[in-house]
Write a protein that binds this ligand. Structure first.
Ligand SMILES: [Mn+2]
Length: 243
């Protein structure tokens, strides 16, 4: 065990916004999310897949999303999911606008990659979906995290299949993969309903989609004294804590 005391940090975890266009109601939840990220003073925002509904989204939507995320005072980390997989034609692949946003990081490797936000005290890992044809195994081959005094957060977009073993790639995530990962928190996306999949020794949650749940998103507080605590917030009620 390390004797380094990790900094107290607040993560806003969301997923599955499925943005279609500026006019679509999904975009309203995105705008609320940006307000909520400010009001809750989140140190980090994670979007765990399917921010966009497809690779056919128009440039005006991409530009709006980037400008809003860029305006936040916190780093934003995005995992491409199965709907917005990182193809050359996708929002992440065809627009260079992301490259001009120092606070936005996108997981781009289909093998998985580690991002160290050293200043924030976070180490992140995620595996990008990069093809509509090839389904990935989101948590397969996740490396054991280094004991470097940071909070370890894995991001995965896929379907939790419980105690059975993955029987193909198929975006499947098993309990064993989560428990044996050694990471502190697994930020899940794909299933649009809030669910605590595992609480020990690794906390793993689906944040739920703001669109599917009426505007809810998840705040995850990391504190050495109390461990990881979860709060659900409803953006449309003035960002009030509801559980
Ligand atoms: Mn999905």
């Amino acid at each position: 065990m390390t004797d380094i005391r990790r900094p107290t940090r607040r993560l806003l975890h969301t997923s599955d916004l499925h943005l279609e266009s500026l006019e679509h109601h999904s975009c309203r939840y995105f705008t609320q999310l940006i307000i909520a990220a400010r009001l809750t003073k989140a140190d980090l925002v994670i979007i765990a897949g399917d921010l966009f509904d497809s690779q056919r989204v128009k440039d005006d939507l991409i530009n709006y999303v980037v400008e809003e995320l860029r305006s936040l005072p916190a780093p934003v980390v995005i995992l491409p999911g199965n709907h917005d997989c990182l193809t050359p034609a996708s929002a992440y692949g065809r627009s260079q606008i992301w490259d001009h946003c120092p606070n936005i990081k996108i997981f781009r490797s289909p093998e998985g990659e580690t991002l160290k936000l050293t200043d924030m005290g976070f180490t992140l890992w995620g595996k990008a979906s990069t093809s509509y044809e090839k389904e990935i195994a989101p948590l397969a081959d996740i490396p054991r995290p280094e004991d470097d005094g940071s909070w370890k957060v894995a991001v995965a977009h896929g379907l939790y299949i419980g105690n059975i073993e993955p029987y193909g790639t198929g975006y499947q995530i098993s309990r064993r993969e989560i428990v044996e990962s050694g990471w502190d928190y697994v930020a899940l996306g794909h299933v649009p309903v809030f669910d605590v999949i595992c609480s020990k020794p690794v906390v793993a949650c689906y944040s739920g989609s703001p669109g599917a749940s009426g505007g809810f998103f998840l705040i995850v507080d990391f504190r050495e004294e109390t461990g990881i605590t979860l709060s659900r917030y409803a953006a449309q009620y003035g960002t009030s804590r509801i559980s």
